[in-house]
Write a protein that binds this ligand. Sequence first.
Ligand code: CA
Ligand code: CA
Length: 246
Amino acid sequence: MITSRAHRGLCGAAALGLALTGCHPAPPEPSGPSTFPPCTDSTGRLIADVNNDDRLDRVTGTEGTGADLAVSFGDESGFSEPRTPKDLLGSSPADLLGELPTEDEQVVAAVADFDGDGWLDLVVAAATPTDVDDAGEDPRVGELRLGPFSDRGIGQRTVQPHLGYTYGLRVVDLNEDEHPDLASYYHYGDGHDAIAGLLGGAENGLSGRDGRFHEDFTASQQREAGGMDNLLPPAASDRFLPACDA
Ligand SMILES: [Ca+2]
Ligand SMILES: [Ca+2]
C-alpha cells in the first residue's frame, strides 16, 4: 500500500531534480473546520471551500454514478472551468510506479465529508472495463483523499478503501446516521456486478465493505434494471448538509 507519505517522498525526489512529473502540492493543512461549512444550494450543488483558499467552490453531478461529477474552484473571476474526475485523478502514486492508464479507462469520483472533520473529501477510482471473470480485486486507482483537496485532487492524506474493481461511485445513506456513506458498483466476476457499501465516520473516513449492504446482480438483472444508475441506492449528498440559504 502506498501512503501519502510515500507519495510526498516521490514528489520530494522530484523537487531535488529527478525527472518525475505530476507532483502537485496539497492545499494548506487546516487548523480546524472550514470557515465556510459545506451546504447544498437549491439546485442540489454542494457549495464549500474544498481547497482551503477562502474562496467558495461548487460541486455538481453528485446524483449520478460518479462519471459526471465536477468541481468548479472559485477564483478571481468567479469560478474556474469544472474539473472532471479525470482532472481530479491527477497523478496517482500508481502512475509514479509505472502503472499507466489504458485508453478506455473510466474514472469516477464522489465527494462528501466522510470523516466528519468539516472538510469535503474526494473518492476517486480508475478502472478499465473488463469481462474477465477474475479481473482482480482492485481498480488501478481506488483512493479516498481526505480534504481539503486541490484542483488536481491532492488531499491531506490518502487511504485505500476496499472499493472493488469499480465503475460507479455514489454518496448514499445506508445506515441513517449522521455520516455520508459510499456505494461502489464493481465488477464481481463470473458475469456478475455487485454493489459494496462502505460506511462514513470510520477512523480513516470509510469503513471496509459492510456485508449488510452487499448486493450482486447477474448480467440479465443488470439489463432489466437498465444499468447501474438504477441499481445503486438513491443519491443522498444533500441529506448530510444544511441548505445554503437556511
Ligand atoms: Ca476554494
Ligand atoms: Ca473530511
